[in-house]
Design a protein around this ligand. Structure first.
Ligand SMILES: Nc1ncnc2c1ncn2[C@@H]1O[C@H](COP(=O)(O)OP(=O)(O)OP(=O)(O)O)[C@@H](O)[C@H]1O
Length: 481
């Protein structure tokens, strides 16, 4: 049986809530204010439900006072703002008054359940209680122990159990998708699906039907009714990477999912109810996009309930070595390396000194490349290429069929990128794209360059060579995006 402390100054609401919870087998203690609540030993409760506005101190004060105990905020000022602020301060969730009884019972059940599971996991791990404040060198697939990563882990653990939308910020390649996965894994939805979608990688014309599904005949080519990815995430989590690239029409449909828990397939007049938690990520400044009229303000406010920020790799100090070694082990296994490969002392220093504009993804490429190029079991600065700017061997080359050490060595000594000394990769990229963009689709171009469609799109943005748009007569014209 779980113990709940209800802090509410309006006695009618307080006793109604008490009765409701007791009917569901919870033990309830009441308090009228933070001061009265603080006379109890807060640590013995499994959950504290508190009104935000109370006589004297606000309910949010209990978040710090009851370290580790989830605090659910009730607010009659159903403004998003105060609820968002409470969540930022560490509240596990919020519920707007007047609340629906069923919703309250469901929310309480979910939090208490998640809390119990977390306790079991912590005890099972043989970790001390108060684990939240123990330093960790990993969380899920994220590796790194610097202070910024510790803060990130703590934040992920706090937001994961609350069923709220999370917006992840961070430069490209910082691990936003891994962070989303960690949130899903630590949430009560962890045994349901996590559906990941990269909004920048799906052609604009297809994105609505991909996400929301379509009815048969909704558009040319819609030969059958199809469920969208939002529906595929039913009961679980939907991760929308690069949400800043979502076209306006799709933004409107997504807003409906968030506001009404409803999805309407393209070409359908009927809405379907969905139960999906959204995690979105972007490397862009969404506020700026809102100002420029390219992102809906209402959607922006819905998304930024809780924000999580991934630090750039250059700000993670010695973590870069920890991550490099982790990636070295991972890719040595993948490439079935016969002998262990290590980083030289100079290489380690160079790793820390280099500023990694492409973050962990760039580091991962450098490690993969080095494993192929090194021949004496040691990786030095030359193999890493950290002194030579940020050129990369395309992934397709790295992932080529390199099953034997001989063929790997051959790939290296063939010098697959002979021009890189004279021609920077960016020049090469620019030439290649300008030369072939009229005759190749974006997918073909990306494939030839060995990069993802999204990466192609990002580089186009960075280098100022926007994708040409096809005119009605089939010729192309550059369009600023
Ligand atoms: N802290 C980390 N420890 C280990 N591997 C990491 C870490 N962060 C990122 N990676 C690896 O780096 C690569 C890029 O990570 P991820 O795709 O999560 O980044 P992202 O921020 O979502 O990038 P983008 O914005 O370009 O989609 C992945 O292969 C991931 O496994």
């Amino acid at each position: 049986m779980s113990d709940i402390l209800v802090v509410e100054d309006e006695s009618i609401i307080r006793s109604a809530l008490k009765r409701l919870l007791e009917r569901h087998q919870y033990t309830v203690t009441e308090a009228e204010s933070v001061t009265e609540a603080s006379q109890h030993e807060l640590n013995r409760f499994d959950l504290i439900i508190t009104d935000l506005r109370l006589p004297g101190a606000p309910g949010t004060e209990l978040i710090d006072m009851a370290k580790g105990i989830p605090v659910l905020i009730m607010t009659s000022y159903a403004s998003m703002r105060s609820a968002v602020d409470a969540m930022k301060m560490g509240a596990v969730d919020y519920i707007a008054k007047p609340f629906d009884h069923e919703e309250m019972v469901r929310t309480v059940g979910r939090i208490v359940d998640a809390q119990r599971k977390q306790k079991v996991r912590i005890e099972g791990d043989d970790t001390e209680e108060g684990d939240e404040h123990q330093p960790h060198s990993t969380l899920g697939d994220l590796v790194g122990s610097c202070e910024a990563m510790q803060r990130l882990y703590r934040r992920i653990k706090r937001v994961a159990p609350a069923d709220v939308t999370v917006l992840i910020h961070g430069e490209s390649g910082t691990g936003k998708e891994l962070a989303a996965r960690a949130i899903h894994q630590l949430s009560p939805r962890h045994d349901q699906a996590l559906v990941s979608v990269n909004c920048a990688a799906i052609p604009e014309s297809l994105i609505e039907s991909e996400l929301f599904g379509h009815e048969k005949g909704a558009f040319t080519g819609a030969t059958a009714t199809r469920q969208g990815l939002v529906e595929a995430a039913e009961g679980g989590t939907l991760f929308l990477d690069e949400i800043g690239e979502l076209p306006m029409e799709a933004q409107a449909r997504l807003l409906r999912v968030l506001q009404e828990n409803e999805v309407r397939r393209v070409g359908s007049v009927h809405a379907r109810t969905v139960d999906v938690r959204l995690i979105a990520a972007t490397h862009r400044n969404l506020k700026q996009l809102v100002k420029e009229g390219r992102f809906r303000e209402d959607l922006y406010y819905r998304l930024q309930v809780i924000e999580v920020t991934l630090p750039p790799l250059r700000e993670r100090g010695q973590d870069v070595i920890e991550i490099a070694e982790h990636l070295l082990a991972k890719h040595s296994r993948r490439l079935k390396m016969e002998h262990p490969v290590v980083l030289t002392k100079t290489a380690r220093k160079a790793l820390v000194k280099y500023d990694w504009p492409g973050n962990v993804r760039e580091l991962e490429n450098a490690i993969q490349r080095s494993l192929i190029l090194c021949d004496n079991g040691e990786i030095g600065t030359e193999e890493l290429g950290v002194d030579q700017g940020d050129w990369q061997i395309p992934d397709t080359l790295v992932n080529q069929d390199t099953d034997t050490p001989e063929s790997r060595a051959a790939n290296g000594s063939n010098n697959t990128a002979p021009d890189t000394d004279e021609l920077s990769l960016e020049d090469y990229f620019q030439h290649f794209v300008l030369e072939h963009q009229d005759s190749m689709s974006e997918t073909e171009l990306a494939q030839k360059l060995g990069i993802s469609r999204k990466c192609l799109w990002e580089r186009r943005q960075r280098l100022g060579i926007p994708r040409p748009k096809k005119n009605a007569n089939g010729s192309t014209a550059n369009a600023t995006q």
